[in-house]
Design a protein. Structure first.
Length: 291
């Protein structure tokens, strides 16, 4: 018989939320303050595989796979939009009895987590944004083809977006801006690519890319939330991110003057090369703001 897991062990679970079966990773004592980790495109909770154990001795850590990603499954006909992803995550927190939690938001996880904060401001105790954008100035020129797709979702522009779903594009997202790309685990981007290559998943990703414009339209409401609710916020930014510029991190201080902003010599997937540094910053920040 194998020994019982200790509290810092990561366990893999599912929560049934209507038409969605949410796969999630969990570790730590449920009696301790909770942290909800929300991943981005094109990855899953797998991106938090090393971060979770670095936090679980002090916090209850939960990392779900968003619908369309990882090992979460949905019924046919699911409406893939960021509003719907946030709705599912709200129902997920209800299903597992999570009422108050800090959020770690990255890439797509930012609009999902910030929509949660707008809908349930009393639930969110603090925000850690790792390259999770909420300001126009954070969007690089690399968004130009996507903006063209938003303006004109023609078949030609849609096909251009398919270039983001290739193995080479996925590898590039992981390695660009990293100080030493040989230290980026290849299984991370190969897993993302394999899951994204499942039949029908390309259409899911193209729908979400098209809907991302709704997140940009939501920025003024998010800024108002920052000013009125004043959530503690830590921005930890890979300075070499080709998508979300350092200006997006600095912009948090416009609406949250007490926001803590740190830049790392890293790319978009900063956890791949700077996981220990990010965990240390989080432990210090959350230790001062969560009880």
């Amino acid at each position: 018989m194998s020994p019982a897991p200790v509290l810092s062990d990561v366990v893999l679970r599912r929560a049934e939320v209507g038409e969605v079966s949410v796969f999630y990773r969990q570790a730590g004592d449920p009696e301790r303050p909770a942290i909800l980790l929300l991943h981005g495109f094109p990855t899953s909770s797998h991106q938090f595989r090393d971060l979770i154990p670095r936090l679980a001795d002090r916090y209850h850590v939960i990392a779900p796979d968003l619908p369309g990603f990882g090992f979460t499954t949905v019924a046919e006909g699911f409406d893939y939009s960021f509003a719907k992803l946030a709705e599912v995550m709200a129902a997920f927190t209800d299903a597992i009895g999570l009422t108050r939690y800090a959020i770690y938001v990255f890439d797509y996880g930012a609009p999902v987590g910030l929509r949660l904060a707008l809908a349930r401001p009393d639930a969110v105790t603090a925000i850690v944004s790792q390259n999770g954008n909420a300001y126009e100035e954070g969007l690089s020129d690399g968004w130009a083809p996507t903006r063209a797709y938003w303006a004109d979702p023609s078949p030609a522009n849609r096909e251009t977006m398919r270039g983001m779903l290739t193995l080479e594009a996925t590898r590039w997202q992981y390695t660009h801006g990293a100080p030493d790309e040989t230290q980026v685990a290849p299984e991370a981007y190969w897993l993302d690519y394999a899951l994204m290559s499942r039949p029908g998943n390309d259409d899911i990703q193209l729908k979400l890319i098209a809907d991302y414009v709704s997140n940009v339209a939501l920025y003024p409401r998010i800024h108002d939330y920052f000013r009125t609710r004043k959530p503690p916020l830590l921005a930890v930014w890979g300075a070499g991110d080709p998508f979300f510029l350092p200006a997006g991190a600095e912009a948090f201080r416009r609406d949250l003057p007490e926001a803590e902003v740190h830049f790392l010599d890293a790319g978009h997937f900063a956890l791949e090369t700077h996981g220990r540094e990010i965990a240390d910053l989080m432990r210090d920040f959350l230790g001062r703001h969560l009880t």
